[in-house]
Design a protein around this ligand. Structure first.
Ligand code: C2E
Ligand code: CA
Ligand code: CA
Length: 629
């Protein structure tokens, strides 16, 4: 008899091992894992009834042997159904279709009933043991139907399954089929169970290894599992609360200390979050809780612990990003997108908690909308450069202009930079916008012969991201050469910003472009972030006073005193001054008197489309010329 069940015993050993590896406490209740465990369970039961039926045929009374054989056939039918259901679970349309599920259950139930009614016999002679008869034949007709159906599912929904899953499932189906076909033609070779066990091994190794979801360094869950988990929660419309624990990435430590530290922090976080810890982006951890109250309590506990040092006396000061309720979002993807979006702008000072409530969500959605508008404007060539004339107080005519970008929307209305520049900077699209504006300015200088109209140069805004690009100088000087224009016709405006991380790169770019022949302006002087250090250390030619300085000069006595001193100082350094935002005649007169070299503002003109600008300059500079003659 041993000869007859040796193969099944091997199958049993195999499947037992897989059970051992698969059944641990499931902290993150993934429905997908439950589905696999169910399949594992019925497959094991099928293999066991296979063995029991052989044993019963040999040793037990007829009635028991008969029952055992029927039980085995029943398990074959049930296992085949579960195989199909396991594969269907991957496909959301099938997963959510109740009718499909109920139909399958009814079909299986009916097949089982028919199988139970049909006659069955068994053979036990010369050490050969097997069952046969109508019940067996029937089972061997129905079970393959499930396999065929499963194969069809992998074909019809092939675009919904990732290729690895598809291949693994198909190999599994083939093994199962080969086992069954051999057994159907040669009843002595009882290979079905072995085929099943091998198939499950493949599914396990390729698709269901529990450790796959675990981060190697820290032992917490990978971020992909959080995505799957959130997807599942969205499907069942359940909200949770997430807390991202992020730390400033400013200090360096060797990788060994870093790893030990991460491990310790991970262990601690596992305790406060009932082991629901995920590895986030960079060194972040993400913990999840059933609701916002629990999340808030956890934040308090985490803050308390972080006041004390970790390994080797290292103290870290984390900042928090809290999502009070994921159901306020439209999908798991949106949760992740907002997380990524906020990482770039959140308050990272020690202990700060940024709450991603509805307002944050609204601003994110707006950002996403604007970003989409920028992308389409870039691809449909709807980026337009306007020019605002700049007046020379000494020459009494217009000598330059500032290029200001606009997006023309699909209805033909202009979107102002205030609405899209922040999103462009955050998304990095500002580089492409900047390039477009730069190209358009080169084109204007080349085609419109602005020099003959009295315009010496055009000022082009550079944002921080552009300044930090190591290839900026090279690319821009190339563009100038390609257009065959004089580098002196380009003045680049830079802004002082705390956001500049690589000041050396900015300086290198500036020096290269200056050597090439371009000049620079320091923009927005007098706003929050500016200080004198920039004027001293940056090789700029012009300082542009922000509109707020111009306004303050006329409303605040102290500002007036300061401005007078600053003007004197800047002029003594040999730099020129542009006053921006001049709207009234009085402002123009006083600022000219004080020695401001250039005036830009609505008093003269708003930023204009290129052709209007050309007409404006032609007319006004002509008048100016007439007056001097
Ligand atoms: P900015 O560089 O300070 O540009 C001056 C802004 O002040 C312009 O706004 C201009 O229309 C406005 N302005 C000029 N004169 C007056 C005035 O008399 N009164 C008032 N109330 N406003 C005046 P705009 O065109 O909306 O641009 C806003 C900001 O967008 C710019 O400020 C600049 O930071 C940014 N920006 C515009 N074009 C570009 C670009 O091509 N690249 C980059 N990186 N930023 C740009
Ligand atoms: Ca500017
Ligand atoms: Ca400005």
């Amino acid at each position: 008899m041993m000869q007859n069940i040796i193969v099944q015993l091997c199958a049993l050993v195999l499947i037992t091992m897989i059970c051992v590896f698969s059944f641990g406490k499931q902290r993150i209740a993934m429905a997908r894992t439950r589905v696999f465990r169910r399949l594992l369970f019925v497959t094991s039961a099928c293999i066991i009834t296979d063995i029991l039926s052989v044993v019963a045929i040999v040793y037990a009374p007829d009635i028991i042997a008969f029952a055992a054989c029927k039980a085995y056939l029943l398990m074959i039918l049930v296992t085949s159904m579960f195989m199909m259901m396991y594969v269907c679970y991957d496909i959301s349309e099938l997963r959510s279709k109740k009718r499909f599920r109920i139909g399958t259950y009814i079909f299986t139930g009916a097949s089982v009933a028919v199988m139970l009614i049909l006659p069955l016999e068994y053979h036990n002679q010369d050490g050969q043991i097997y069952s046969f008869g109508a019940a067996v034949d029937f089972t061997f007709i129905i079970a393959p139907l499930f396999i065929i159906a499963t194969f069809l599912v992998t074909h019809i929904f092939r675009n919904r399954m990732n290729p690895h899953r598809r291949t693994a499932v198909r190999v599994w189906l083939i093994l199962q089929t080969v086992g069954a076909v051999i057994q159907a033609f040669d009843r002595h070779l009882l290979l079905i169970s072995y085929g099943m066990a091998l198939g499950i091994t493949i599914i396990f190794a390729k698709l269901e290894i529990p450790d796959e979801n675990i981060d190697r360094t820290t032992g917490v869950y990978r971020i992909q599992l959080l995505r799957d988990y959130l997807n599942q929660l969205f499907e069942s419309k359940t909200g949770i609360s997430c807390v991202v624990i992020t730390r400033s990435r400013s200090y360096e430590m060797d990788s060994l200390t870093e790893e030990t530290l991460m491990l310790e922090v991970a262990k601690f976080l596992a305790r406060v979050s009932d082991h629901k810890v995920f590895r986030g982006i960079g060194g972040d951890f993400i913990t999840v809780y059933p609701n916002a109250d629990a999340a808030e309590k956890a934040i308090t506990a985490v803050k308390k612990r972080f006041r004390h040092p970790w390994v080797s006396n290292i103290r870290i000061s984390p900042a928090f990003l809290m999502i009070p309720d994921t159901m306020k979002y439209s999908s798991a993807d949106e949760v992740f997108a907002v997380y990524q979006f906020e990482l770039g702008r959140m308050d990272t000072s020690a202990g700060a908690v940024s709450v991603l409530d509805e307002t944050a969500l609204v601003s994110f959605r707006e950002y996403r909308e604007v970003r989409a508008e920028i992308v389409s404007a870039l691809s449909e060539d709807r980026i337009e450069t306007f020019l605002q004339p700049i007046y020379s107080t000494a020459e009494k005519k217009f000598v330059s202009a500032e290029a200001l970008v606009r997006i023309k929307d699909k209805q033909g209305n202009y979107i102002m930079p205030g609405r899209f520049i922040p999103a462009a900077e955050q998304s990095g699209l500002i580089e492409q916008i900047g390039d477009r504006v730069f190209e358009q300015v080169c084109g204007i200088i080349k085609k419109k012969d602005i020099h003959s109209l009295g315009i010496e140069y055009i000022e082009v805004n550079l944002s921080v991201v552009q300044c930090e690009n190591r290839r900026l100088a090279e690319r821009y000087s190339k563009k100038i050469k390609e257009n065959g224009i004089s580098p002196g016709a380009i003045n680049l405006e830079i802004t002082e910003s705390g956001a500049i991380k690589h000041r050396t790169v900015l300086l290198e770019n500036m020096e290269k472009l200056r050597d090439f022949g371009c000049s620079f302006s320091l923009d927005d002087f007098g706003t929050g972030e500016s200080n004198l250090d920039y004027i001293v250390n940056m090789p700029v030619d012009i300082v542009k006073f922000d509109r707020s300085m111009t306004v303050a000069f006329f409303t605040n006595d102290r500002a007036r005193v300061m401005l007078e001193a600053v003007i004197t100082m800047i002029k003594r350094m040999g730099l020129k001054i542009v006053a921006e935002g001049v709207e009234e005649k009085e402002q123009l007169d006083v600022l000219s008197e004080l020695g401001v070299d250039y005036i830009q503002g609505f008093y003269f003109s708003k930023p204009l489309p290129v052709d209007w600008f050309i007409d404006f300059i032609r007319e006004r500079n002509y008048q100016a010329q007439m007056q001097t003659v």
